[in-house]
Design a protein around this ligand. Structure first.
Ligand SMILES: [Fe+2]
Length: 221
C-alpha cells in the first residue's frame, strides 16, 4: 500500500491475483555434472540400440525413464524440489510420485510445439545439454482471451506479455503447473538440445484428495 502525496488518495494497491508459478532451480556443477553424465550414458545406450534415433532430427524416449537406475540421481533432485514446492504451498497430501519421465533430443532446426501435460499436478524439465540458441523455454498466458486486446507497451512486463521466454542452462530444473502451455523455440545452435521432462501426481488424488471439501448438513450413512 502506497500513499500518493497530494492526490487525495489515502492508500492504493495493485493485487496480483491468481498468479501462475514457475519454479526455477539451478544446481551447482558438482551436483548436476554426475547426474547428467549418467543420463548421457543412458541415452547413448538407447540410441545404440536403435540407430534410427541417432539419425533422426528429433526423438523422444520411452516415458518410464524414472524407472532406470541411471536416472535415480535426477529423480532424487526432482523429488527434493517437488517436496519443497508442495511444502511452500502448504498442500495436504499423502505423498507424490513421478508418473512419467522421458528424454527430448532435438537437433539444430527442430522446435517443440506448444503443449501441456494432462492428468498431472506438477511437471517440469531438466536440462542436460543446452547451447546459445538452444537455451530457452516459452510459457503462454493461461488466459487465452487476455491477448484479445494487446495495446503496445513501452517496456516488456509480465502484466502485458502473453508469452514469457525463460533462459535455461545445464543443471537447471524448471517446474510448473502441468496445465501451463509451453513450447521450445527452434534449436538455433549447432548442437543437440537434450532435456528430460517429467510429470508428478498424487497417488491418492482419486481416493482421498478429490473428496468434497465441504461438510454435509446430514450425517453420512
Ligand atoms: Fe512439456
Amino acid at each position: 500500500m502506497a500513499a500518493n502525496t497530494g492526490t487525495g488518495v489515502e492508500k492504493s494497491a495493485v493485487l496480483k491475483l491468481f498468479p501462475t508459478y514457475v519454479w526455477v532451480t539451478q544446481f551447482e556443477a558438482s551436483v548436476f555434472g554426475p547426474v547428467n553424465a549418467r543420463i548421457r550414458q543412458c541415452l547413448a545406450e538407447i540410441e545404440s540400440g536403435n540407430p534410427k534415433l541417432a539419425a533422426s532430427g528429433q526423438w523422444q524416449s520411452d516415458q518410464r525413464l524414472h524407472k532406470k537406475p541411471e536416472l535415480a540421481g535426477l529423480v532424487g533432485l526432482v523429488r527434493q524440489v517437488a517436496a519443497s514446492i508442495f511444502e511452500s504451498l502448504t498442500l495436504v497430501h499423502d505423498g507424490f510420485q513421478v508418473t512419467g519421465c522421458w528424454a527430448n533430443v532435438s537437433n539444430p532446426g527442430y522446435p517443440h510445439r506448444p503443449h501441456a501435460h494432462p492428468n498431472n499436478y506438477l511437471s517440469g524439465v531438466w536440462y542436460v545439454q543446452t547451447a546459445p540458441g538452444a537455451d530457452s523455454i516459452s510459457f503462454f498466458d493461461p488466459r487465452p482471451q487476455a491477448s484479445m486486446m494487446a495495446p503496445p507497451a513501452r517496456r516488456r512486463d509480465i502484466a502485458t506479455q502473453d508469452t514469457v521466454s525463460l533462459d535455461v542452462a545445464e543443471g537447471m530444473l524448471v517446474m510448473f503447473p502441468s496445465w501451463l502451455l509451453h513450447a521450445v523455440d527452434v534449436n538455433q545452435s549447432n548442437a543437440r538440445r537434450i532435456s528430460i521432462a517429467f510429470n508428478i501426481m498424487f497417488p491418492s488424488f482419486g481416493t482421498v484428495m478429490a473428496r468434497p471439501t465441504w461438510q454435509a448438513d446430514t450425517p453420512s450413512g
